[in-house]
Design a protein around this ligand. Structure first.
Ligand code: NAP
Length: 531
Protein backbone atom coordinates (compact mmCIF):
# COMPACT_ATOMS: atom_id res chain seq x y z
CA UNK A 1 0.00 0.00 0.00
CA UNK A 2 1.31 3.45 -0.95
CA UNK A 3 1.89 5.91 1.86
CA UNK A 4 1.38 9.64 1.28
CA UNK A 5 2.50 11.13 4.60
CA UNK A 6 -0.63 13.29 4.70
CA UNK A 7 -3.30 13.79 7.33
CA UNK A 8 -6.18 11.34 6.88
CA UNK A 9 -9.25 13.33 7.85
CA UNK A 10 -12.20 11.05 7.29
CA UNK A 11 -11.92 10.05 3.64
CA UNK A 12 -9.93 13.17 2.65
CA UNK A 13 -6.19 13.57 2.63
CA UNK A 14 -4.53 16.87 3.29
CA UNK A 15 -1.09 18.38 3.63
CA UNK A 16 -1.67 22.04 4.45
CA UNK A 17 1.83 22.49 5.84
CA UNK A 18 5.18 22.27 4.06
CA UNK A 19 6.75 21.41 7.40
CA UNK A 20 7.69 17.74 7.08
CA UNK A 21 9.55 15.08 9.02
CA UNK A 22 11.15 11.79 8.01
CA UNK A 23 10.64 8.35 9.40
CA UNK A 24 13.94 6.92 10.59
CA UNK A 25 15.20 3.37 10.80
CA UNK A 26 16.90 3.35 14.24
CA UNK A 27 19.25 0.50 13.32
CA UNK A 28 20.75 2.27 10.29
CA UNK A 29 19.95 5.89 11.10
CA UNK A 30 18.66 6.16 7.53
CA UNK A 31 15.38 7.68 6.38
CA UNK A 32 12.58 5.36 5.26
CA UNK A 33 10.27 5.87 2.31
CA UNK A 34 7.74 8.74 2.62
CA UNK A 35 8.08 12.13 4.23
CA UNK A 36 5.33 13.05 6.69
CA UNK A 37 3.56 16.38 6.90
CA UNK A 38 3.09 18.10 10.21
CA UNK A 39 -0.63 18.69 10.83
CA UNK A 40 -1.76 22.31 11.11
CA UNK A 41 -4.17 23.67 13.67
CA UNK A 42 -6.78 23.99 10.89
CA UNK A 43 -6.40 20.29 10.03
CA UNK A 44 -6.78 19.27 13.67
CA UNK A 45 -9.85 21.48 13.80
CA UNK A 46 -11.34 19.86 10.67
CA UNK A 47 -10.80 16.36 12.07
CA UNK A 48 -12.40 17.27 15.43
CA UNK A 49 -15.41 19.02 13.84
CA UNK A 50 -15.96 16.12 11.47
CA UNK A 51 -15.77 13.61 14.35
CA UNK A 52 -18.25 15.64 16.35
CA UNK A 53 -20.63 15.97 13.39
CA UNK A 54 -20.97 12.18 13.12
CA UNK A 55 -20.98 11.34 16.81
CA UNK A 56 -24.78 11.06 17.10
CA UNK A 57 -25.06 8.90 14.03
CA UNK A 58 -22.23 6.59 15.10
CA UNK A 59 -23.51 6.34 18.67
CA UNK A 60 -26.98 5.42 17.46
CA UNK A 61 -25.80 2.57 15.26
CA UNK A 62 -26.75 -0.79 16.70
CA UNK A 63 -23.98 -2.49 18.65
CA UNK A 64 -23.96 -5.18 15.95
CA UNK A 65 -22.99 -2.55 13.38
CA UNK A 66 -20.11 -1.31 15.49
CA UNK A 67 -19.01 -4.89 16.14
CA UNK A 68 -18.99 -5.55 12.38
CA UNK A 69 -16.88 -2.42 11.93
CA UNK A 70 -14.37 -3.65 14.52
CA UNK A 71 -14.19 -7.06 12.90
CA UNK A 72 -13.68 -5.45 9.51
CA UNK A 73 -10.77 -3.50 11.03
CA UNK A 74 -9.23 -6.84 12.07
CA UNK A 75 -9.64 -8.22 8.56
CA UNK A 76 -8.22 -5.13 6.87
CA UNK A 77 -5.30 -5.12 9.31
CA UNK A 78 -4.46 -8.73 8.54
CA UNK A 79 -4.85 -7.96 4.82
CA UNK A 80 -2.02 -5.40 5.12
CA UNK A 81 0.20 -8.48 5.30
CA UNK A 82 3.96 -8.31 5.41
CA UNK A 83 4.16 -4.64 4.35
CA UNK A 84 2.72 -3.64 7.69
CA UNK A 85 5.01 -5.89 9.73
CA UNK A 86 8.07 -4.85 7.75
CA UNK A 87 7.33 -1.15 8.15
CA UNK A 88 6.77 -1.54 11.91
CA UNK A 89 10.00 -3.50 12.20
CA UNK A 90 11.98 -0.96 10.17
CA UNK A 91 10.64 1.97 12.21
CA UNK A 92 11.24 0.44 15.65
CA UNK A 93 14.01 -2.13 15.43
CA UNK A 94 11.56 -4.76 16.70
CA UNK A 95 12.11 -8.15 15.01
CA UNK A 96 9.36 -9.23 12.60
CA UNK A 97 8.30 -11.99 15.02
CA UNK A 98 7.62 -9.38 17.69
CA UNK A 99 5.62 -7.24 15.23
CA UNK A 100 3.58 -10.30 14.22
CA UNK A 101 2.88 -11.07 17.86
CA UNK A 102 1.79 -7.46 18.43
CA UNK A 103 -0.47 -7.43 15.41
CA UNK A 104 -2.12 -10.69 16.45
CA UNK A 105 -2.56 -9.40 19.97
CA UNK A 106 -4.19 -6.20 18.68
CA UNK A 107 -6.52 -8.18 16.42
CA UNK A 108 -7.49 -10.61 19.18
CA UNK A 109 -8.13 -7.77 21.58
CA UNK A 110 -10.30 -5.98 19.00
CA UNK A 111 -12.34 -9.16 18.46
CA UNK A 112 -12.84 -9.39 22.20
CA UNK A 113 -14.37 -5.89 22.19
CA UNK A 114 -16.64 -6.85 19.27
CA UNK A 115 -17.91 -9.81 21.32
CA UNK A 116 -18.38 -7.69 24.43
CA UNK A 117 -20.61 -5.17 22.68
CA UNK A 118 -22.56 -7.86 20.79
CA UNK A 119 -23.39 -9.44 24.16
CA UNK A 120 -24.25 -5.99 25.54
CA UNK A 121 -24.22 -6.43 29.32
CA UNK A 122 -21.06 -4.27 29.65
CA UNK A 123 -23.26 -1.12 29.63
CA UNK A 124 -24.39 -1.87 33.21
CA UNK A 125 -28.12 -1.28 32.76
CA UNK A 126 -29.83 -0.64 36.11
CA UNK A 127 -33.51 -0.33 36.75
CA UNK A 128 -35.37 0.61 39.91
CA UNK A 129 -39.08 0.06 39.38
CA UNK A 130 -41.60 2.65 40.54
CA UNK A 131 -43.93 2.33 43.51
CA UNK A 132 -46.76 4.84 43.45
CA UNK A 133 -48.05 3.64 46.84
CA UNK A 134 -44.80 4.26 48.69
CA UNK A 135 -45.20 6.63 51.65
CA UNK A 136 -44.53 9.39 52.32
CA UNK A 137 -43.44 9.93 48.69
CA UNK A 138 -44.17 7.76 45.65
CA UNK A 139 -41.05 6.10 44.25
CA UNK A 140 -40.20 7.17 40.68
CA UNK A 141 -39.11 4.84 37.86
CA UNK A 142 -35.31 5.29 37.70
CA UNK A 143 -33.11 3.63 35.08
CA UNK A 144 -29.51 4.21 34.01
CA UNK A 145 -27.05 2.89 31.47
CA UNK A 146 -23.55 3.78 30.30
CA UNK A 147 -23.48 5.93 27.16
CA UNK A 148 -20.64 7.20 24.94
CA UNK A 149 -19.21 10.66 25.59
CA UNK A 150 -18.02 11.94 22.18
CA UNK A 151 -14.84 12.24 20.09
CA UNK A 152 -11.70 10.82 21.72
CA UNK A 153 -8.06 11.86 21.14
CA UNK A 154 -5.66 8.90 21.19
CA UNK A 155 -1.86 8.95 21.65
CA UNK A 156 0.14 5.72 21.34
CA UNK A 157 3.57 4.83 22.69
CA UNK A 158 6.69 4.19 20.64
CA UNK A 159 7.33 0.75 22.14
CA UNK A 160 4.12 -0.88 20.85
CA UNK A 161 3.83 0.49 17.30
CA UNK A 162 0.90 -1.82 16.58
CA UNK A 163 -0.76 -2.98 19.80
CA UNK A 164 -0.62 0.35 21.70
CA UNK A 165 -0.89 2.77 18.82
CA UNK A 166 -3.46 3.47 16.10
CA UNK A 167 -5.03 0.01 16.42
CA UNK A 168 -4.68 -0.40 20.15
CA UNK A 169 -7.26 -0.83 22.88
CA UNK A 170 -7.74 2.95 23.14
CA UNK A 171 -9.06 3.31 19.60
CA UNK A 172 -10.97 0.05 19.57
CA UNK A 173 -12.59 0.47 22.99
CA UNK A 174 -13.68 3.99 22.01
CA UNK A 175 -15.29 2.61 18.83
CA UNK A 176 -16.90 -0.16 20.87
CA UNK A 177 -18.37 2.43 23.21
CA UNK A 178 -19.71 4.46 20.26
CA UNK A 179 -17.14 7.28 20.20
CA UNK A 180 -15.36 8.63 17.09
CA UNK A 181 -11.55 8.69 17.36
CA UNK A 182 -8.77 10.98 16.22
CA UNK A 183 -5.31 9.51 16.62
CA UNK A 184 -2.22 11.68 16.90
CA UNK A 185 0.30 9.43 15.14
CA UNK A 186 3.57 8.66 16.90
CA UNK A 187 6.39 10.32 14.93
CA UNK A 188 8.74 7.42 15.66
CA UNK A 189 6.52 5.06 13.63
CA UNK A 190 4.57 7.41 11.37
CA UNK A 191 4.44 4.95 8.46
CA UNK A 192 3.05 2.16 10.64
CA UNK A 193 0.45 4.64 11.91
CA UNK A 194 -0.59 5.56 8.38
CA UNK A 195 -0.92 1.91 7.29
CA UNK A 196 -3.04 1.05 10.34
CA UNK A 197 -5.16 4.18 9.81
CA UNK A 198 -5.81 3.22 6.19
CA UNK A 199 -6.99 -0.22 7.33
CA UNK A 200 -9.45 1.42 9.76
CA UNK A 201 -10.73 3.84 7.09
CA UNK A 202 -11.21 1.00 4.62
CA UNK A 203 -13.13 -0.98 7.24
CA UNK A 204 -15.28 2.08 8.00
CA UNK A 205 -16.20 2.46 4.33
CA UNK A 206 -16.85 -1.26 3.96
CA UNK A 207 -19.25 -1.33 6.90
CA UNK A 208 -20.88 1.98 5.99
CA UNK A 209 -19.74 3.90 9.04
CA UNK A 210 -20.16 7.70 8.82
CA UNK A 211 -17.17 9.55 7.43
CA UNK A 212 -15.29 11.19 10.30
CA UNK A 213 -15.61 8.30 12.72
CA UNK A 214 -11.82 8.06 12.41
CA UNK A 215 -9.02 10.46 11.48
CA UNK A 216 -5.25 10.45 11.81
CA UNK A 217 -3.16 13.57 12.31
CA UNK A 218 0.59 13.35 12.24
CA UNK A 219 3.29 15.50 13.77
CA UNK A 220 6.52 15.50 15.67
CA UNK A 221 5.95 18.78 17.42
CA UNK A 222 4.04 18.71 20.69
CA UNK A 223 1.65 21.37 19.30
CA UNK A 224 -0.36 18.89 17.24
CA UNK A 225 -1.28 16.79 20.27
CA UNK A 226 -1.84 19.88 22.38
CA UNK A 227 -4.28 21.40 19.85
CA UNK A 228 -6.13 18.11 19.75
CA UNK A 229 -6.55 17.89 23.53
CA UNK A 230 -7.51 21.58 23.69
CA UNK A 231 -10.17 21.24 21.01
CA UNK A 232 -13.63 21.89 22.47
CA UNK A 233 -15.18 18.99 20.53
CA UNK A 234 -12.78 16.44 22.05
CA UNK A 235 -14.43 14.81 25.06
CA UNK A 236 -11.55 12.68 26.46
CA UNK A 237 -7.96 11.74 25.78
CA UNK A 238 -6.24 8.37 26.01
CA UNK A 239 -2.47 8.35 26.19
CA UNK A 240 0.27 5.78 26.57
CA UNK A 241 3.81 7.03 26.93
CA UNK A 242 6.24 8.77 29.24
CA UNK A 243 5.42 10.50 32.49
CA UNK A 244 6.65 13.81 31.01
CA UNK A 245 4.37 13.55 27.97
CA UNK A 246 1.38 12.20 29.88
CA UNK A 247 1.62 14.83 32.58
CA UNK A 248 1.97 17.67 30.06
CA UNK A 249 -1.17 16.59 28.22
CA UNK A 250 -3.05 15.85 31.45
CA UNK A 251 -2.39 19.46 32.49
CA UNK A 252 -3.59 20.71 29.09
CA UNK A 253 -6.82 18.71 29.51
CA UNK A 254 -7.35 20.09 33.01
CA UNK A 255 -6.66 23.69 31.98
CA UNK A 256 -9.36 23.77 29.28
CA UNK A 257 -12.37 26.01 29.97
CA UNK A 258 -14.28 22.71 30.03
CA UNK A 259 -11.82 20.16 31.46
CA UNK A 260 -12.00 16.63 30.09
CA UNK A 261 -10.84 13.28 31.46
CA UNK A 262 -7.37 12.42 30.23
CA UNK A 263 -6.47 8.77 30.73
CA UNK A 264 -2.69 8.59 30.72
CA UNK A 265 -0.87 5.28 31.17
CA UNK A 266 2.72 6.11 31.94
CA UNK A 267 5.94 4.51 33.06
CA UNK A 268 6.56 2.57 36.23
CA UNK A 269 9.33 0.87 38.24
CA UNK A 270 7.48 -2.44 38.76
CA UNK A 271 9.31 -3.64 41.89
CA UNK A 272 10.00 -7.31 42.48
CA UNK A 273 10.34 -8.63 46.05
CA UNK A 274 12.14 -11.94 46.38
CA UNK A 275 11.34 -13.56 49.71
CA UNK A 276 13.51 -16.19 51.41
CA UNK A 277 11.25 -19.18 50.64
CA UNK A 278 11.56 -18.54 46.89
CA UNK A 279 15.34 -18.19 47.03
CA UNK A 280 15.64 -21.46 48.88
CA UNK A 281 13.59 -23.30 46.28
CA UNK A 282 14.63 -21.82 42.93
CA UNK A 283 17.23 -19.03 42.97
CA UNK A 284 18.85 -20.14 39.70
CA UNK A 285 15.56 -20.17 37.86
CA UNK A 286 14.47 -16.80 39.25
CA UNK A 287 17.82 -15.25 38.31
CA UNK A 288 17.49 -16.47 34.71
CA UNK A 289 13.85 -15.48 34.32
CA UNK A 290 14.43 -12.11 35.94
CA UNK A 291 17.27 -11.22 33.55
CA UNK A 292 15.08 -12.37 30.65
CA UNK A 293 12.29 -10.08 31.89
CA UNK A 294 14.64 -7.09 32.33
CA UNK A 295 16.12 -7.47 28.85
CA UNK A 296 13.04 -8.57 26.88
CA UNK A 297 12.40 -6.17 23.99
CA UNK A 298 15.67 -4.37 24.96
CA UNK A 299 14.00 -3.52 28.27
CA UNK A 300 11.47 -1.30 26.53
CA UNK A 301 8.37 -2.32 28.42
CA UNK A 302 6.38 -0.14 30.78
CA UNK A 303 6.26 -3.23 33.02
CA UNK A 304 10.02 -3.76 33.04
CA UNK A 305 11.16 -4.76 36.58
CA UNK A 306 13.27 -1.76 37.63
CA UNK A 307 13.92 -2.70 41.27
CA UNK A 308 14.50 -6.11 42.85
CA UNK A 309 14.58 -6.31 46.64
CA UNK A 310 15.67 -9.25 48.79
CA UNK A 311 16.91 -9.96 52.29
CA UNK A 312 20.67 -10.17 52.88
CA UNK A 313 21.72 -13.83 53.23
CA UNK A 314 24.08 -16.31 51.65
CA UNK A 315 21.30 -17.27 49.24
CA UNK A 316 20.71 -13.64 48.23
CA UNK A 317 24.47 -13.28 47.61
CA UNK A 318 24.43 -16.38 45.40
CA UNK A 319 21.36 -15.08 43.61
CA UNK A 320 23.08 -11.71 42.96
CA UNK A 321 26.08 -13.50 41.45
CA UNK A 322 23.81 -15.58 39.22
CA UNK A 323 22.06 -12.42 38.00
CA UNK A 324 25.44 -10.78 37.24
CA UNK A 325 26.55 -13.83 35.31
CA UNK A 326 23.33 -14.13 33.29
CA UNK A 327 23.14 -10.47 32.31
CA UNK A 328 26.64 -10.67 30.85
CA UNK A 329 25.21 -12.83 28.02
CA UNK A 330 22.77 -10.19 26.81
CA UNK A 331 23.82 -9.11 23.32
CA UNK A 332 23.28 -5.35 22.86
CA UNK A 333 20.32 -4.59 20.60
CA UNK A 334 18.75 -1.62 18.83
CA UNK A 335 16.43 0.65 20.83
CA UNK A 336 13.28 2.26 19.42
CA UNK A 337 14.71 5.62 18.47
CA UNK A 338 17.58 7.94 19.16
CA UNK A 339 15.61 9.91 21.80
CA UNK A 340 15.01 6.82 23.92
CA UNK A 341 18.59 5.67 23.30
CA UNK A 342 20.00 9.03 24.46
CA UNK A 343 17.78 9.03 27.56
CA UNK A 344 18.96 5.51 28.39
CA UNK A 345 22.68 6.20 27.92
CA UNK A 346 22.56 9.38 29.98
CA UNK A 347 20.57 7.55 32.70
CA UNK A 348 23.23 4.83 32.77
CA UNK A 349 26.00 7.45 32.97
CA UNK A 350 24.29 8.94 36.05
CA UNK A 351 23.94 5.53 37.65
CA UNK A 352 27.60 4.79 37.00
CA UNK A 353 28.50 8.05 38.77
CA UNK A 354 26.21 7.48 41.75
CA UNK A 355 27.95 6.85 45.07
CA UNK A 356 24.99 4.79 46.20
CA UNK A 357 25.25 2.22 43.42
CA UNK A 358 27.64 -0.51 42.43
CA UNK A 359 27.58 -2.07 38.98
CA UNK A 360 26.86 -5.74 39.65
CA UNK A 361 26.99 -6.91 36.03
CA UNK A 362 26.49 -5.87 32.44
CA UNK A 363 26.58 -7.20 28.86
CA UNK A 364 29.99 -8.62 27.92
CA UNK A 365 29.69 -7.07 24.46
CA UNK A 366 29.84 -3.32 23.93
CA UNK A 367 26.86 -1.57 22.39
CA UNK A 368 27.17 0.19 19.03
CA UNK A 369 25.72 3.69 19.53
CA UNK A 370 25.48 4.27 15.75
CA UNK A 371 22.90 1.47 15.61
CA UNK A 372 21.08 2.89 18.67
CA UNK A 373 22.14 -0.21 20.59
CA UNK A 374 21.81 -0.66 24.34
CA UNK A 375 23.73 -3.07 26.55
CA UNK A 376 22.08 -4.43 29.73
CA UNK A 377 23.07 -3.32 33.25
CA UNK A 378 22.30 -4.58 36.74
CA UNK A 379 23.24 -2.41 39.73
CA UNK A 380 23.27 -3.15 43.42
CA UNK A 381 22.54 -0.97 46.43
CA UNK A 382 21.21 -1.17 49.96
CA UNK A 383 17.85 -0.10 51.32
CA UNK A 384 19.52 3.09 52.63
CA UNK A 385 21.25 3.62 49.27
CA UNK A 386 17.89 3.44 47.55
CA UNK A 387 16.42 6.00 49.89
CA UNK A 388 19.43 8.30 49.29
CA UNK A 389 19.14 8.03 45.49
CA UNK A 390 15.59 9.07 44.59
CA UNK A 391 16.18 8.62 40.82
CA UNK A 392 16.07 4.86 41.47
CA UNK A 393 12.38 5.27 42.18
CA UNK A 394 11.85 6.63 38.65
CA UNK A 395 11.59 4.60 35.45
CA UNK A 396 14.79 4.34 33.39
CA UNK A 397 13.43 2.99 30.11
CA UNK A 398 15.70 0.21 28.85
CA UNK A 399 17.46 -3.00 29.92
CA UNK A 400 18.47 -2.03 33.45
CA UNK A 401 17.51 -2.98 36.97
CA UNK A 402 18.85 -2.60 40.51
CA UNK A 403 19.09 -5.22 43.25
CA UNK A 404 18.44 -3.82 46.71
CA UNK A 405 19.95 -5.60 49.73
CA UNK A 406 17.63 -5.35 52.73
CA UNK A 407 18.07 -6.21 56.42
CA UNK A 408 14.62 -7.76 56.86
CA UNK A 409 10.89 -7.17 56.69
CA UNK A 410 11.12 -3.58 57.96
CA UNK A 411 13.45 -2.62 55.12
CA UNK A 412 11.20 -4.21 52.53
CA UNK A 413 8.23 -2.33 53.95
CA UNK A 414 10.24 0.93 53.98
CA UNK A 415 11.04 0.49 50.28
CA UNK A 416 7.44 -0.30 49.41
CA UNK A 417 6.26 2.76 51.34
CA UNK A 418 8.69 4.95 49.41
CA UNK A 419 7.45 3.76 46.01
CA UNK A 420 5.25 5.89 43.81
CA UNK A 421 2.17 4.32 42.25
CA UNK A 422 3.25 1.49 39.97
CA UNK A 423 1.62 -0.60 37.24
CA UNK A 424 2.67 -3.83 38.92
CA UNK A 425 4.37 -5.28 41.98
CA UNK A 426 5.71 -8.82 42.03
CA UNK A 427 6.38 -11.14 44.92
CA UNK A 428 8.37 -14.36 44.72
CA UNK A 429 7.92 -16.56 47.73
CA UNK A 430 6.24 -19.54 49.30
CA UNK A 431 2.71 -19.35 50.66
CA UNK A 432 4.26 -19.29 54.13
CA UNK A 433 6.26 -16.22 53.09
CA UNK A 434 3.01 -14.50 52.20
CA UNK A 435 1.86 -14.95 55.79
CA UNK A 436 5.19 -13.89 57.34
CA UNK A 437 5.56 -10.86 55.06
CA UNK A 438 1.93 -9.75 55.18
CA UNK A 439 2.79 -6.14 56.17
CA UNK A 440 4.73 -5.80 52.88
CA UNK A 441 1.81 -7.12 50.85
CA UNK A 442 -0.55 -4.66 52.51
CA UNK A 443 1.61 -1.75 51.33
CA UNK A 444 1.96 -3.17 47.81
CA UNK A 445 -1.79 -3.52 47.52
CA UNK A 446 -2.02 0.28 47.97
CA UNK A 447 0.73 1.04 45.48
CA UNK A 448 0.17 -1.24 42.47
CA UNK A 449 -2.47 -1.90 39.83
CA UNK A 450 -1.52 -5.58 39.40
CA UNK A 451 0.01 -7.92 42.01
CA UNK A 452 1.93 -10.88 40.60
CA UNK A 453 2.91 -13.97 42.54
CA UNK A 454 5.90 -16.06 41.41
CA UNK A 455 5.83 -14.56 37.90
CA UNK A 456 7.11 -11.52 36.02
CA UNK A 457 5.34 -8.28 35.15
CA UNK A 458 6.23 -8.11 31.44
CA UNK A 459 3.62 -9.66 29.16
CA UNK A 460 0.10 -8.56 29.99
CA UNK A 461 -2.75 -10.98 29.50
CA UNK A 462 -5.47 -9.30 27.44
CA UNK A 463 -8.69 -10.43 29.09
CA UNK A 464 -11.76 -9.24 30.95
CA UNK A 465 -10.21 -9.19 34.44
CA UNK A 466 -6.87 -7.57 33.66
CA UNK A 467 -6.07 -4.21 35.19
CA UNK A 468 -3.29 -2.27 33.52
CA UNK A 469 -3.05 0.99 35.38
CA UNK A 470 -2.36 2.01 38.95
CA UNK A 471 -2.06 4.97 41.27
CA UNK A 472 -0.35 8.10 39.88
CA UNK A 473 2.15 8.33 38.22
CA UNK A 474 1.58 4.84 36.77
CA UNK A 475 -1.69 6.22 35.44
CA UNK A 476 -3.48 9.54 35.67
CA UNK A 477 -6.61 7.86 37.06
CA UNK A 478 -6.16 4.70 39.10
CA UNK A 479 -9.69 3.41 38.52
CA UNK A 480 -9.23 2.73 34.82
CA UNK A 481 -7.31 0.23 32.70
CA UNK A 482 -5.93 0.72 29.20
CA UNK A 483 -5.73 -3.01 28.46
CA UNK A 484 -8.57 -5.55 28.54
CA UNK A 485 -12.28 -5.08 28.01
CA UNK A 486 -12.80 -2.82 31.03
CA UNK A 487 -10.96 -0.14 29.02
CA UNK A 488 -14.32 0.70 27.43
CA UNK A 489 -15.44 2.31 30.69
CA UNK A 490 -13.17 5.31 30.06
CA UNK A 491 -15.31 6.54 27.19
CA UNK A 492 -18.80 6.30 28.63
CA UNK A 493 -20.76 7.94 31.40
CA UNK A 494 -23.95 6.88 33.16
CA UNK A 495 -27.11 8.61 31.91
CA UNK A 496 -30.14 8.29 34.14
CA UNK A 497 -33.75 8.34 32.91
CA UNK A 498 -36.50 9.10 35.38
CA UNK A 499 -40.15 8.23 34.57
CA UNK A 500 -39.28 8.06 30.85
CA UNK A 501 -41.70 6.36 28.39
CA UNK A 502 -40.58 2.81 27.63
CA UNK A 503 -40.52 3.25 23.85
CA UNK A 504 -38.12 6.19 24.16
CA UNK A 505 -35.60 4.51 26.44
CA UNK A 506 -32.26 3.08 25.21
CA UNK A 507 -32.80 -0.58 24.28
CA UNK A 508 -30.95 -1.91 27.31
CA UNK A 509 -33.46 -0.19 29.59
CA UNK A 510 -36.67 -1.10 27.81
CA UNK A 511 -39.07 -3.42 29.67
CA UNK A 512 -38.89 -6.16 27.03
CA UNK A 513 -35.07 -6.27 27.22
CA UNK A 514 -34.89 -6.86 23.44
CA UNK A 515 -31.14 -7.53 23.50
CA UNK A 516 -31.40 -9.95 26.43
CA UNK A 517 -28.65 -8.23 28.45
CA UNK A 518 -27.94 -8.71 32.13
CA UNK A 519 -29.49 -5.90 34.16
CA UNK A 520 -29.72 -4.94 37.82
CA UNK A 521 -33.45 -4.72 38.52
CA UNK A 522 -34.33 -3.57 42.03
CA UNK A 523 -30.89 -4.73 43.14
CA UNK A 524 -31.06 -8.22 41.55
CA UNK A 525 -28.97 -9.28 38.54
CA UNK A 526 -31.26 -10.79 35.84
CA UNK A 527 -31.88 -11.09 32.11
CA UNK A 528 -35.64 -11.32 32.55
CA UNK A 529 -37.94 -8.86 30.87
CA UNK A 530 -40.18 -6.63 32.96
CA UNK A 531 -43.86 -7.66 32.66
P1 NAP B 1 6.26 9.72 24.80
O1 NAP B 1 7.50 10.38 24.34
O2 NAP B 1 5.61 10.25 26.01
O3 NAP B 1 5.27 9.77 23.54
C1 NAP B 1 3.93 9.27 23.57
C2 NAP B 1 3.03 10.17 22.69
O4 NAP B 1 2.79 11.38 23.39
C3 NAP B 1 3.63 10.58 21.38
O5 NAP B 1 2.60 10.63 20.40
C4 NAP B 1 4.17 11.95 21.66
O6 NAP B 1 4.18 12.75 20.51
C5 NAP B 1 3.16 12.51 22.62
N1 NAP B 1 3.74 13.53 23.51
C6 NAP B 1 4.79 13.35 24.33
N2 NAP B 1 5.03 14.49 25.04
C7 NAP B 1 4.09 15.38 24.66
C8 NAP B 1 3.79 16.72 25.04
N3 NAP B 1 4.50 17.36 25.96
N4 NAP B 1 2.76 17.34 24.43
C9 NAP B 1 2.03 16.69 23.47
N5 NAP B 1 2.27 15.42 23.08
C10 NAP B 1 3.27 14.77 23.67
O7 NAP B 1 6.49 8.17 25.10
P2 NAP B 1 7.30 7.11 24.23
O8 NAP B 1 8.74 7.41 24.35
O9 NAP B 1 6.69 7.02 22.91
O10 NAP B 1 7.00 5.72 24.96
C11 NAP B 1 7.82 5.19 25.97
C12 NAP B 1 7.17 5.41 27.32
O11 NAP B 1 5.86 4.88 27.30
C13 NAP B 1 7.88 4.72 28.47
O12 NAP B 1 7.97 5.61 29.54
C14 NAP B 1 6.95 3.56 28.81
O13 NAP B 1 7.04 3.13 30.13
C15 NAP B 1 5.63 4.15 28.49
N6 NAP B 1 4.64 3.11 28.23
C16 NAP B 1 3.60 2.96 29.10
C17 NAP B 1 2.68 1.94 28.90
C18 NAP B 1 1.52 1.75 29.82
O14 NAP B 1 0.62 1.02 29.46
N7 NAP B 1 1.50 2.34 30.98
C19 NAP B 1 2.82 1.09 27.79
C20 NAP B 1 3.88 1.29 26.92
C21 NAP B 1 4.78 2.32 27.17
P3 NAP B 1 5.54 13.52 20.13
O15 NAP B 1 6.58 12.47 20.01
O16 NAP B 1 5.14 14.20 18.87
O17 NAP B 1 5.84 14.46 21.24
Amino acid sequence: MKLTGQQLIGNSESADSDDTFPSINPASGGGLETIFHEATKAEVDRAALLADSVFSEFRDRLAEGRADFIEAICEETLALGDDFLERASAETGHPIARCTMERDRAVNQARMFANVIREGSWADARIDLPDSSRKPMPKPDVRSVLQPIGPIAVFGASNFPIAISVLGADTISAFAAGCPVIVKGHPAHAGTCELAARAILKAARRTDMPEGVFSLVQGRSVEVGTWLVQHPKIMAGAFTGSLAGGRALLDVAAARPVPIPFYAEMGSVNPVFILPGALKERKEQIAGDLVAAVTLGVGQFCTNPGLVAGIESEEWQDFSKLVAEKVSHFAPATMLHSGIHNAFTSGIAKRNDSEELELLGCSDTEANPAACEAAAYIYQTTQQGLLNEPTLLEELFGPVSTLVDCGGLDDLVAIAEKLDGTLSATVHGSEEDLVTYRPLLKVLQRKAGRLIFNGYPVGIEVCHSIHHGGPYPAASHSFFTSVGTRAIQRFVRPVCYQDWPDSQLPMALQNANPRGVWRLIDGERTREEIQ
